[in-house]
Design a protein around this ligand. Structure first.
Ligand SMILES: [Zn+2]
Length: 63
């Protein structure tokens, strides 16, 4: 099963973009998945399975 974040970044799934940078992106999740109005996800472009799998570069890209 493909990663939902990578699917959004590749355009296979739609998103409402807040920002797109070379190393990270920010977007609003689908309205049914938003935890609150304006809930924004900031995701590094580098794929990782979870926080413990992410590289130091991924943390600085999204920070
Ligand atoms: Zn991914």
């Amino acid at each position: 099963m493909p990663c939902v974040f990578c699917s959004i970044m590749s355009g296979d799934l739609s998103a409402r973009w807040v920002a797109r940078a070379p190393d990270a992106v920010a977007f609003l999740p689908f309205p049914t998945r938003a935890l609150a109005p304006g809930h924004t996800l900031v995701v590094p472009r580098e794929h990782s399975v979870g926080v413990h799998d992410a590289t130091p570069a991924a943390f600085t890209a999204a920070g």
